[in-house]
Write a protein that binds this ligand. Structure first.
Ligand code: GLA
Ligand code: ZN
Length: 683
């Protein structure tokens, strides 16, 4: 038997190339269509299907009765046709009888309205009925299908998300609080309930924070501490559902890896915590035509970071259109291929679609699919899928299991995201991801690979750690950061940082609180600039704008690098740098332009010896994966126009076999992709 590389996400001896295929719903079609599907899959090089995503109603048509005959047939068909199967547990939409008999499975929404049966992703995670029946179904599926040798992975539920404020959730919230804080005194302390006479005398006085209680808008709450803890609690509630199903299938099939499909920067769930309980990370990538490629790249890097740098699965993408945007534009010719390789470039080891065959009714009937309503292979989309299928076969396992080495890291923290946007702080335009994206894009444009890390991840191996608006600094993190700086690391921190602890309570004694001695500054005030208002500063001979927020700060041990040019704080520092042992800690006290962020990152990369993967080429994303023997460089041309690249290294393109000598030009067509393999010894 062939040895499986431990770095492969699907630990299955037959997997010698990236799984290609995706969500397949034969239960929505008469059986004579299935045979035609098999023919078309073969034609397109499809070798992997995700089955059973929304079949609970069919599998358990009555409370006491399960029915697996149809799924048996589907599973057998997949096996006979050499299709690998990622089997979903079907628990993302409960059956109608369950909602009727046990209304507790229905959620209560943010406005306090009890939902009726409808939609999907609609079950209350704290309903004991939902908990019991979802786990029972997962268990039955594992018992029945666990022995299929073509089963390569479990897909628990589907895109966990949403919220609930029902009585079961409220009670569970109180339980979560008890477990987290032990005493009501401590709850009163961390929520600062002496404000507005909110003191709680008994646990059952605590209400779920929504429009009926603490909120006056989705993101605006009168008690940030309560709302923040509810977010933590609710993410944990759904995680508990996932973990219960995980355990159910794992007990029966210990060697089959388990995942659930994530959604990139999805605010309601703390994916960094979820990642600890997933055998591998998988996610659904749905950029619109207007999404900047840097943002898609950033989402991939987040997913890779959540999996601690290991490859992840691209679980879904549309082959052509979605149905849920306002303008569901077609993916232009070549773009499906380009985005597939972009995922691979950032660490994906599979290319999977939603969906195989376009359904005839309900809200996804115009969603893109491998097989269109026309029902045959003579479509542009099918031809593109078929061509990519051939390429992936030829590429085989070459890139699989390889890593993406990065010397720069950007810290992203869900608690910080939640707290910052609840903060009722200086500006309603302050959005966490905007700032993360600015720093990420600056690195991206210079082909500097970035890891997106959490506060729990080790940072010692990086030359640069960027902390966009780290408003909340949790216990222990500042010590870790200080040790990193003292040991020679470089830190970039930004405005409105270090303000609160993990309970959203202000750290007294001067901002930026726990970061103050690391950054060597004292921030006295913070000015919010309404849209259209600007300040400015000069740095390294160039003028840049200062917008959104302007911290007014004093140097303690840091040295000022630039000053504000106008307003009453003209002449006061806007950029500082603190020598911290062998390292440096920069503070950027305002938001500036894309050009500034690029110049800053270029300057610091040079200082810290961070090398770009390749010199920047306008419109072309260049990134890298590597194993012990090869570097795989990905050149992704996001422009319409073709472009030429001067090859700096000798190597070969595994997609078309082209070899290049040093100095030769490679031509990359508009939306084109080149993978370039370079032997490591050469460098
Ligand atoms: C999500 C879901 C799929 C499907 C697609 C449509 O990713 O997981 O079931 O609804 O969206 O884009
Ligand atoms: Zn609930």
């Amino acid at each position: 038997m062939q040895k499986i590389k431990p770095s492969f996400i699907f630990q299955h001896p037959d997997i010698r190339k990236m799984p290609y295929g995706g969500d397949y719903n034969p239960e929505q079609w008469p059986e004579d269509v299935w045979e035609e599907d098999m023919r078309l899959f073969r034609l397109a090089g499809i070798d992997c299907v995700t089955l059973n995503v929304f079949s609970w109603a069919a599998l358990q048509p009555e409370e006491e009765r399960y029915s697996f005959e149809q799924l048996d047939k589907i599973m057998d068909m997949a096996r006979e046709n050499q299709l690998h199967v990622i089997l979903a547990t079907s628990t993302a939409a409960h059956p109608a009888w369950m909602a009727k008999r046990y209304p507790e499975v229905l959620r209560v929404d943010f406005s306090g309205r009890k939902r009726k049966f409808g939609g999907r992703h609609n079950s209350c995670p704290n309903s004991p009925v939902y908990q019991n029946y979802s786990v029972a179904l997962a268990q039955k599926l594992a018992k029945r299908y666990g022995h299929y040798e073509n089963l390569i992975g479990w897909h628990i539920n589907n895109e966990y998300g949403g919220e609930c404020y029902c009585e079961n959730c409220e009670a569970a919230f109180r339980g979560w609080l008890k477990e987290t804080y032990q005493t009501l005194e401590e709850v009163n302390r961390v929520w600062n309930t002496s404000f507005w006479g909110h003191t709680f005398y008994d646990w059952d006085e605590i209400a779920a924070p929504n429009l009926l209680s603490e909120h006056f808008e989705e993101e605006r709450t009168m008690f940030q501490g309560i709302s923040l803890d509810y977010r933590r609690f609710f993410s944990d509630s759904l995680l508990a559902n996932y973990r219960a199903e995980y355990q159910a299938v794992k007990n029966i099939t210990p060697t089959i890896p388990v995942t659930t499909n994530l959604m990139g920067f999805y605010k309601p769930l703390d994916y960094q915590k979820w990642g600890r309980y997933m055998d591998f990370i998988s996610w659904d990538n749905y950029p619109s035509n207007e999404t900047p490629p840097a943002v898609t790249a950033m989402n991939h890097d987040l997913m890779r970071g959540i999996g601690k740098g290991k490859p992840f699965a691209l679980m879904e993408q549309t082959p052509s259109v979605t149905n849920w945007l306002s303008y569901n534009a077609l993916k232009r010719p070549g773009v499906m291929r380009l985005l597939s390789y972009q995922a691979v470039a950032h660490g994906a080891d599979s290319v999977l679609f939603f969906q195989m065959r376009r359904t005839i009714g309900a809200c996804e009937k115009y969603h893109g699919a491998v097989i269109d309503h026309a029902g045959h292979e003579h479509t542009r989309v099918f031809r593109e899928i078929q061509a990519l299928g051939e390429e992936l076969k030829a590429l085989g396992s070459q890139t699989m299991g390889s890593k993406t080495p990065a010397k720069a890291a950007i810290l992203v923290d869900w608690d910080n995201w939640w707290a910052l946007e609840y903060s009722a702080g200086p500006s309603c335009d302050l959005k966490y991801l905007d700032e993360v994206e600015r720093y990420y894009t600056a690195c991206y444009k210079q082909n500097i690979p970035v890891d997106i890390i959490s506060t729990e991840d080790p940072i010692d191996g990086y030359s640069l750690v960027i902390l966009p608006v780290l408003y909340m600094v949790k216990d222990g993190f500042s010590q870790k950061l200080k040790a990193y700086g003292m040991g020679g690391g470089t830190i970039i921190a930004t405005y409105f940082s270090g303000i609160v602890d993990e309970h959203d309570l202000v750290v007294l004694g001067g901002y930026p609180g726990r970061l103050r001695d690391i950054l060597g500054i004292w921030v006295e005030e913070c000015d919010a600039l309404p849209k259209g208002k600007e300040n400015s500063f000069f740095w390294n001979g160039k003028q840049y704008p200062a917008v959104l927020l302007c911290d007014i700060m004093h140097m303690e041990t840091a040295k000022k690098q630039a000053i504000y040019e106008s307003d009453f704080y003209a002449g006061m520092p806007v950029i500082s740098c603190n020598q911290l042992g062998a390292g440096k800690a920069w503070y950027i006290a305002t938001r500036s332009s894309g050009e500034f962020y690029q110049d800053l990152i270029r300057h610091i990369a040079r200082e810290t010896g961070i090398c770009p993967v390749w010199a920047p080429v306008e419109g072309v994303e260049i990134t890298e994966r590597r194993n012990e023997t090869f570097r795989y460089l990905f050149f992704l041309n996001h422009m319409e126009e073709e472009t030429a690249i001067a090859m700096e290294l000798e190597g070969e393109s595994p997609l078309d076999g082209m070899k290049y000598q040093k100095g030769e030009q490679a031509v990359l067509p508009g939306k084109g992709v080149m993978i370039y393999r370079v032997k490591i010894e050469q460098i």
